[in-house]
Design a protein around this ligand. Structure first.
Ligand code: FES
Length: 129
């Protein structure tokens, strides 16, 4: 069996939603100390819905494929749904990742959660202003 599924290869070669959102409503950055990979997520949120999402990943092929797939899974979804995204869902959508590469999908889950938390804390600040 090939090491990576077709889907992983596809998302690695043609990452969806790669880039930056300048006026993002939420930004999250996470890293894995062991492999040194870094993932950054940008969210544009309107009416509690993820209108747009972009990512930058400095990392391995699985990390790039995981971030790409994760953005696809949450785009157009309500914030509450995006909050529930798990690394298992990302790995499954990619038709699986090798065991020792599962942490790459965890990074995608954490990056999205961190961007959503940033959005929530900004929203709170605005409401209290
Ligand atoms: Fe660390 Fe892939 S090897 S994110």
């Amino acid at each position: 069996m090939a090491l990576y599924s077709e889907k992983v290869m596809d998302h690695f070669r043609n990452p969806r939603n790669l880039g930056v959102i300048e006026d993002a409503d939420g930004v999250g950055e996470v890293g894995n100390a062991k492999c040194g990979d870094i993932m950054k997520m940008y969210l544009k949120i309107e009416d509690d819905t993820i209108q747009d999402v972009k990512f930058e990943t400095f990392g391995c092929a699985s990390a790039i494929a995981s971030s790409s797939m994760a953005t696809e899974l949450i785009k157009g979804q309500p914030v509450s749904k995006a909050m529930e995204l798990t690394n298992q869902a990302v790995a499954e959508a990619l038709d699986g990742l090798p065991d020792y590469k599962l942490h790459c999908s965890v990074l995608a889950e954490q990056a999205i959660k961190s961007a959503l938390e940033d959005y929530e804390s900004k929203k709170e600040k605005k409401n209290n202003a």
